[in-house]
Write a new protein. Structure first.
Length: 690
């Protein structure tokens, strides 16, 4: 049977439906609140070769990771894969997924006597052993301390449960009853998915099914490449820093666009470390794909073809592609998030320079997932028995601002595509755990100021109530380095965490702190990060500033000093003063560009070079004032006065000003002493010849 265009589209939706049904089975049969309420699970389909076809559930980052897990099955078991087998793996170093707690359960699908597909389900289970309850161990210095690590092993062999494997796993984890039930939920999900796929294969034939899989992947890759081809060839660069409290780890990304190809290269990334946020190349590529799909090929499936359309290079032995036995308990967060955000910033720069790109409406400031804050607790639970759990309330950071709208509060995404992990209802958390929430609300104060402001993060605090003492481990990022804005937008606020005692004492702790104590009556408080703004704050509409004041988001004094608006009468005379003050405080430009005849410049067609910056022939000019900034192939910001401000020890912002007006064209967040960490060099600029 051969599949025509309509049949292929039907097949695509059938695969999505199978993923949805498999994911729903997990939700109905698992028990842990993080899985059932938070949605930390997925159902992924792959062909018989282990190539990604489709995914469902909340965690799209699992989809590409499933290809690594299936490759691990082939490595460990070769030809000894049979109908009725079910495999488990959790070691990123050896055929696992994102980290040890994200257990993968995988089942092969057979039809006509041969392997035709795989169903691979994953969820975050409450514990997989190691030195820290919950298995997030910031103090671990190698992977042996973190968890029990399993390559692909059979938990069911040709329909027969392998109790030895189950016993080894459950003997090494805390709360084995919860772990077992969640894994059985994943197993139920692969059973449902496999049955549906087998029915489909038997109905249309194994050959036709594989041809359909291949064609869907081929067409997806072609469609993504068509959109890449509309992006200006050139080189685009951005740098992120992963934080380990006071330590900084440099993550530079250089992105090259050539024809219908795009390559994200992380050469120069810091070496792997003894900290637990080392990552793997397959994890970084998987994350970049999920984020890219919000901007390019938005209607296309996130399958193998999508991932074949772009390249990612992470040097072996680096923080982003570590080798055994580096600790990898947070391989999917912090550094991996910082890497994907650096890549996305380069992509936004490329799109901003590309007048024909269909991604232009989705331009925004930097994604904010690297600023997430989660916490694990262990101690006596409400039942009197030892309990351990993870709380994700601190993932409700603010999103970046867009080029035409304010950011979204309590969400790291501005543009939606995939579903995301969800915060438990307060009542659910209080009913399961010995805590009482004091508040959970939108933050206030200036954060991510801009023509469009960044989204607000959450402020929350809860008190230990019903347990003599809890021990915690905080896991988060960007306690010092804020999330950057774009086009002159200011950075968002960084994350902060405090411990409060009943007498009013306050103890700040780092975003990565293991083993702190929280006795009964003591409180844990988080101010989650905010997203960066878009555009100069002095361009924000007066009505929008007045609304921010009326809603309690900012004060009248902040409206005057940040946005230049007197909210009592709506006047903006303060803006002219602020512009003059900027130019007076700024360091002189690196160069003074040679003069260009104004009439000649005005008659030269304008092409976008960066937000607010145009290329007119071989000259970069401010779109607002027409001021000459640089001549090709120099960096367009060389003619900008630079206003440098310290935001934390060793961290600064550098605002590149329009020399004629004082408006901010771009604000860079960087560590002190770091060279300019951004670049937008389309080929028509870098290779310009007069």
């Amino acid at each position: 049977m051969q599949l025509d265009n309509i049949a292929l589209e039907v097949l695509r939706h059938q695969l999505d439906a199978v993923c949805g049904e498999g994911a729903a089975t997990i939700k109905r049969t698992a028990v842990s609140p993080l899985v059932v309420e938070g949605g930390d699970y997925s159902c992924t389909l792959l062909d018989g070769k282990g190539q990604l076809l489709a995914g469902g559930g909340h965690i799209a980052y699992h989809f590409y990771a499933a290809t690594n897990a299936i490759a691990g099955v082939f490595t460990e078991h070769g030809d000894h894969i049979h109908d009725g087998d079910v495999f488990l793996a959790n070691d990123p170093h050896r055929g696992g997924g994102l980290h040890a707690q994200d257990v993968f359960i995988m089942r092969p699908v057979f039809a006509e006597g041969r392997l035709v597909a795989w169903v691979a389900n994953s969820a975050h289970v409450v514990d997989v052993g190691g030195m820290q309850p919950g298995s997030f161990a910031p103090s671990a210095t190698d992977c042996f301390q973190e968890a029990i690590r399993l390559p692909a092993v059979k938990i069911i062999a040709q329909g027969v449960e392998q109790r030895d494997t189950w016993n080894i796993l459950l003997n090494n984890v805390r709360m084995p009853h919860l772990v077992e039930m969640d894994i059985r939920g994943l197993t139920a999900g692969v059973d449902v998915g496999a049955a549906k796929l087998q029915q489909l294969a038997e109905r249309i034939g194994a050959d036709a099914l594989q041809e359909g899989f291949d064609e869907l992947n081929r067409r997806t890759e072609m469609a993504v490449r068509r959109e890449i081809a509309l992006i200006e060839d050139g080189c685009y660069r951005s740098t992120s820093w992963a934080e380990w409290n006071d330590e900084r780890f440099r993550i530079p990304c250089t992105t090259t666009v050539e024809g219908d190809s795009i390559r994200f290269d992380f050469t120069g990334t810091a070496p792997q470390t003894t900290h637990f946020f080392n990552s793997k190349e397959f994890i970084v590529k998987g994350k970049i794909g999920v984020e890219l799909q919000r901007l390019i090929g938005r209607d296309l499936p996130l399958n193998q073809g999508y991932y074949e359309a772009f390249d990612v290079h992470c040097p072996e032995g680096s923080l982003l592609n570590c080798t055994h036995p580096a600790p990898v308990g947070a391989a999917h967060i912090i550094a991996a998030h910082d890497a994907s955000e650096a890549a996305l910033r380069t992509f936004h720069q490329a799109v901003a320079a590309s007048p024909g790109s269909p991604s232009r409406p989705y331009l925004s400031s930097s994604q904010t997932m690297s600023a997430n804050s989660v916490v694990t607790f262990s101690g006596q639970g409400l039942s009197g028995a030892t309990d351990s759990w993870i709380m994700i309330d601190g993932t409700a950071v603010g999103s970046p601002a867009g080029n035409d709208r304010d950011g979204t509060d309590f969400n790291f995404y501005l543009v939606g595509q995939q579903s995301a992990i969800q915060t438990n209802d307060v009542e659910v958390s209080e009913s399961w755990y010995p805590i009482r929430f004091e508040y959970r609300r939108r933050s206030s104060g200036v954060s991510g100021a801009g023509r469009y402001r960044g989204g607000c993060g959450v402020d929350f605090a809860f008190t230990v109530d019903g347990s003599p003492e809890l021990t915690g481990a905080s896991i988060g990022g960007h306690g010092h380095i804020p999330m950057p804005g774009t086009a002159g937008g200011a950075p968002g606020r960084p994350t902060s965490i405090e411990l409060h005692d009943p007498d009013g004492g306050v103890t700040p702790i780092g975003t990565l702190t293991q083993g702190f104590s929280l006795p009964e009556g003591h409180s844990y408080a988080v101010k989650a990060a905010g997203g960066g703004g878009w555009g100069d704050p002095l361009d924000r509409e007066v009505a929008a500033v007045q609304k921010d004041v009326e809603s309690g988001l900012i004060s009248a004094e902040q409206a005057r000093e940040v946005y230049g608006v007197d909210v009592t009468d709506g006047t903006t005379s303060r803006r002219a003063e602020l512009l003059r003050e900027r130019l007076a405080k700024a360091s002189p430009a690196a160069i003074e560009p040679s003069r260009v005849d104004a009439d000649e410049l005005a008659s030269t067609p304008a092409l976008p070079l960066a937000p607010g910056v145009e290329q007119r022939g071989g000259v970069a000019v401010s779109a607002r004032s027409g001021a000459v900034l640089a001549h090709a192939p120099r960096h367009w910001s060389d003619g900008c006065p630079v206003l440098v401000e310290t935001v934390a020890e060793g961290v600064e912002t550098r605002s590149y000003l329009d020399p004629a007006t004082g408006h901010i064209l771009h604000t860079e967040v960087a560590t002190a002493g770091e060279p300019r960490s951004f670049e937008s060099s389309p080929l028509r600029w870098s290779a310009w010849t007069s």
